[in-house]
Write a protein of this length. Structure first.
Length: 228
């Protein structure tokens, strides 16, 4: 009887690109307005767009991702598009030739190493954190990641993480615990950006502040300017 050998995974050497994380839009909804707001935010200087539509079917999320990627690329080719949670959808969109650059994973999603193996060395992979323990866990696999999200900054109706709000001091502590760029998220408004910028974060992720804005591009410009 032969013994089973453990499966090992070789990680291809990668050179992460420099990301502009100062204004990071996380979308909501999956209608035409979602696409229009994402494009406007990109035109205003948002460097990252995360496609998040948790109530959409897999097919709907794929179509939204591909459509949004086209609009964002036309508005600002430098803006990067990632998919929330779904490495499979990111893979499928990239296989279609869409300008989709990677995935943002939660702690309970496909493990980072498997997502990296699926998407390849050039893809962008972010990971949700929000506690010292999760940041330290991300630091152990920093060579597979491009950034971490840290939140919630304050309580938010958009997502109940079950974690205590970080505030400014909590964000600073997480920045000090990792060499990875940290993006603050969770109920952040443009008025919070100057104080957060002083913590050493790489940027802020906004949902309602941009998605509900009359001028999404203007909000993106203000957020970028506050960190320049």
């Amino acid at each position: 009887m032969t013994s089973e050998r453990p499966i090992t995974m070789t990680v291809t050497q990668r050179a992460p690109e420099t990301l502009d994380l100062r204004c990071y839009l996380v979308t909501s909804g999956w209608d035409r307005r979602t696409v229009e707001v994402a494009a406007a935010a990109a035109a205003g200087g948002a460097g990252m767009i995360q496609v998040r539509a948790k109530d959409a079917s897999t097919a709907e999320l794929l179509e939204l991702t591909c459509t949004l990627a086209v609009a964002v690329h036309e508005a600002r080719p430098a803006t990067r598009v990632v998919v929330d949670d779904r490495a499979d959808v990111a893979f499928a969109a990239r296989r279609r030739g869409a300008e989709v650059h990677g995935v943002h994973l939660g702690q309970d999603d496909l493990p980072v190493a498997e997502a990296r193996a699926l998407l390849g060395p050039e893809a962008i992979i972010g990971l949700t954190t929000g506690t010292l323990a999760t940041v330290r866990g991300a630091e152990e696999i920093h060579h597979l990641l491009d950034y971490v999200g840290a939140g919630p900054f304050r309580p938010t109706p958009t997502k109940d993480s079950g974690r205590e709000p970080l505030g400014v001091d909590g964000c600073a502590a997480l920045v000090a615990a990792t060499r990875l760029p940290v993006v603050a998220i969770g109920g952040i408004t443009p008025a919070d950006v100057p104080a957060l910028a002083g913590t050493g974060i790489a940027g802020v992720a906004l949902v309602r502040a941009i998605m509900d804005a009359e001028d999404p591009g203007g909000i993106a410009r203000d957020v970028v300017a506050a960190q320049s």
